[in-house]
Design a protein around this ligand. Structure first.
Ligand SMILES: CC(C)(COP(=O)(O)OP(=O)(O)OC[C@H]1O[C@@H](n2cnc3c(N)ncnc32)[C@H](O)[C@@H]1OP(=O)(O)O)[C@@H](O)C(=O)NCCC(=O)NCCS
Length: 335
C-alpha cells in the first residue's frame, strides 16, 4: 500500500518522548544471564536500556510522551481529534491502550485506537494519521509509539533479553500551513508467511495462557536472530529506495535518516547501502536498546530537540519488525 504527494499536506508540529527512570546496563545483565558487555556492545551496539517500574504500564509511558508532544506543539489536549497508538505491549487486550492514554491526558475529543505492527508500528500509525489528515477526517492527530518490552522478553534467554528496552515517543500531526511539504511519501509492506521468525506464541486466542505453556515460557518473545537480521537489512534498504523515488528525491537530498533502532550493525549496513554517512543517521540504541514501536519517535524527538533536524530538512524514517512488517516515510521537516 502506498501514498504519494497530495494536494493537502500534513506536518509534524510537536514531538515528545519518555523513558522510564531505571537503567539496566550490560554489566547488570551479565549478573543474571551468561553474557558480557563486550559481546552485547560489539554484536548490537547497545550499552544500556531503560526498564519500566512494575506498576508503570505502556499507557503511563505513552501519556508522558503525549503531554511532552502537546507542550512542544503548543496544543491543548482537547484539540486532538485522533489518537493512534502503535504497540505490541498493550496494557491489556481490551480496552485499547489509546483509550487509557486518552483518560490520562485529557484528549476528550479524540477517536482512539491501537494498531499492531511491532517495530514498524510507528510508521504504520503515522501513515494512518496522515491519511486521516489529508482526507479532512482529522484536523489534529496524535501518533504514539510505545512498548514495555521488559514485560514480554524472556529474562533467561540471552539471545533476546539483551536487545530490548522500554519507552514511548509521540508526535502531533496536522494540516500544513507553511512552506514545508510535511509527509511527502510513505510505503508500508507486510509478509505474514514469515511470522514464525519473530513471535510471541502464547497469550492470544490461538494459545490462551495455561500453567503448562507458561511453564514452557511460551508467553515470551522468540526470535531467529540471524534470519531477522538479513531480512531487516534488505527490506529497510529496498523500501527506503522505493519511498525516496516516490518522493522525487535521492540519497543526497536526505539530511537525516532516522532508522528503527534494533542493532547498530543493521543500521550501518543500511547506511552504507544508502550511501549515507553515519554522521547523518540518528542513533540512540546505545542508551535505550530496541524499544520496538518507540524507537523512531524517541530518536526523532532527540534529534529535533537538540537542533540536528532543522526546518526544511528532508528526513527518512525507516523501520522493520515482526509480521514481517516494514515501512518508510519521507518527510520535509517544519510546520
Ligand atoms: C540477535 C543478534 C544480536 C545475534 O547476533 P549474531 O551475530 O547473529 O549472533 P548469533 O545468534 O549467530 O550467535 C553467535 C554466538 O553468540 C552467542 N550469543 C547469543 N547471544 C549472546 C549474548 N547475549 N551474550 C553472549 N553470547 C551470546 C550465541 O549462543 C552464539 O554462540 P555459538 O557460536 O557458541 O553458538 C542478531 O542476530 C540480531 O540483532 N538480529 C536481529 C534482531 C532484531 O533486529 N530484532 C528485532 C527486529 S525489529
Amino acid at each position: 500500500m502506498a501514498n504519494s504527494i497530495s494536494q493537502n499536506n500534513a506536518v509534524i508540529t510537536g514531538v515528545g518522548g519518555w523513558v522510564p527512570e531505571k537503567v539496566l546496563t550490560n554489566e547488570d545483565l551479565a549478573k543474571t544471564v551468561d553474557t558480557n558487555d563486550e559481546w552485547i556492545r560489539t554484536r548490537t551496539g547497545i550499552s544500556e536500556r531503560h526498564i519500566a517500574a512494575p506498576d508503570e504500564a505502556s499507557s503511563d509511558m505513552a501519556a508522558k510522551a503525549a503531554l511532552a508532544a502537546l507542550e512542544d506543539a503548543g496544543s491543548k489536549p482537547e484539540e486532538i481529534d485522533l489518537l493512534v497508538v502503535a504497540t505490541i505491549t498493550p496494557d491489556s487486550a481490551m480496552p485499547s491502550t489509546a483509550c487509557h492514554v486518552q483518560a490520562k491526558t485529557g484528549l476528550v475529543n479524540a477517536t482512539c485506537f491501537d494498531i499492531s505492527a511491532a517495530c514498524t508500528g510507528f510508521v504504520y500509525a503515522l501513515d494512518i494519521a496522515h491519511k486521516y489528515i489529508i482526507t479532512g477526517a482529522s484536523k489534529k492527530a496524535m501518533v504514539i509509539g510505545v512498548d514495555k518490552m521488559s514485560a514480554v522478553v524472556d529474562w533467561q534467554d540471552r539471545g533476546t533479553c539483551v536487545l530490548f528496552g522500554d519507552g514511548a515517543g509521540a508526535i502531533i500531526l496536522e494540516a500544513g500551513s507553511g512552506e514545508s511539504r510535511g509527509i511527502i511519501a510513505t510505503t508500508t509492506k507486510s509478509d505474514g508467511r514469515l511470522s514464525s521468525i519473530l513471535r510471541i506464541e502464547a497469550g492470544g486466542s490461538a494459545m490462551p495462557l495455561t500453567a503448562e505453556n507458561i511453564g514452557e515460557r511460551r508467553q515470551y518473545i522468540k526470535m531467529e536472530g540471524n534470519i531477522v537480521f538479513k531480512h531487516a537489512v534488505r527490506s529497510m534498504y529496498e523500501i527506503s529506495e522505493e519511498t525516496l523515488e516516490k518522493a522525487g528525491l535521492t540519497h543526497s537530498d536526505i539530511a537525516w535518516v532516522v532508522p528503527h533502532q534494533a542493532n547498530m550493525r543493521i543500521i550501518t549496513a543500511i547506511a552504507e547501502k544508502l550511501e549515507t554517512p553515519m554522521e547523518r543517521v540518528v542513533t540512540n540504541l546505545e542508551r535505550y536498546g530496541n524499544t520496538t514501536a518507540a524507537t523512531i519517535p524517541l530518536a526523532l524527538n532527540e534529534a529535533v530537540k537538540d537542533g540536528r533536524i532543522k526546518e526544511g530538512d528532508y528526513v527518512l524514517l525507516v523501520a522493520f519488525g515482526a509480521g514481517l512488517t516494514w515501512g518508510a516515510s519521507v518527510i520535509q521537516w517544519g510546520g
